[in-house]
Design a protein around this ligand. Structure first.
Ligand code: GSH
Length: 211
């Protein structure tokens, strides 16, 4: 049985959504962030990084697997599902891979910088302006991409959309994604209306970014 170690309001919401899209059975172990937003120490008993998500499973010989990194977990699940939620043609594959990595590699670090800047008085304001300008470049790029096709990799939803959900939901909540990015906002509405997304929300408990 798959186990997801799930921290509230975190990246692991994407793994619950992936599992619902793929129809896998799974158990959730719930963790609550400490007052300073970090994960509780007991997550480090599962994996030394102590970060969310962590996925546990068994390989075909019954040996235990403990996996971290949302993108790697998504790819693992796509493989396990025989390619479902993966790309279906070579063109899609190129975009799929790009956005699978782009989410954590380029967009999340800027959102993290924005969060840090927002906590620093005075100098933080200056930094926040710079970070917002960097974020705008990404939001405009994403808007252009989504104005020519419904999903990040092409005509069908893939794990690349799942990966892009968390940074774009966070950007809508606190980093400038708004109605001038109409294609991106329509994409957010599309993902939020999917039954698998709703089911994952129900199972995962409170999640601040699903509005
Ligand atoms: N790139 C990693 C980042 C993991 C990560 O930083 N997770 C956050 C949750 S959104 C976390 O556990 N934060 C609490 C902490 O660092 O103590 C991934 O995508 O899995």
């Amino acid at each position: 049985m798959i186990i997801v170690h799930h921290l509230n309001n975190s990246r692991s919401q994407r793994i619950l959504w992936m599992l619902e899209e793929l129809g896998f059975e799974y158990d959730i172990r719930f963790y609550k962030r400490d007052a300073d937003m970090s994960s509780p120490a007991k997550m480090r008993r599962i994996h030394s990084l102590g970060k969310s998500p962590i996925l546990e499973d068994q390989d075909e010989n019954g040996r235990p697997i403990t996996l971290v990194e949302t993108g790697a977990i998504c790819e693992y699940l796509v493989d396990k599902a025989g390619g479902r939620m993966g790309p279906t043609n070579p063109n899609e594959r190129i975009l799929y891979r790009q956005f699978l990595h782009y989410s954590e590699g380029s967009v999340m670090p800027i959102l993290f910088a924005a969060l840090v800047a927002s906590k620093i008085p005075l100098l933080g304001k200056l930094a926040a302006r710079k970070v917002r300008a960097m974020m705008d470049v990404h939001l405009n790029f994403i808007e252009t991409e989504l104005s020519s096709r419904p999903w990040f990799a092409g005509e069908e939803i893939t794990a690349a959309d799942v990966m892009m959900s968390f940074p774009l939901e966070a950007a809508k909540a606190r980093a400038g994604l708004g109605k001038e990015h109409s294609s991106t906002m329509a994409w957010i509405d599309r993902i939020h209306s999917r039954p698998a997304y709703r089911k994952a929300l129900e199972k995962g408990g409170p999640y601040a970014f699903a509005n």
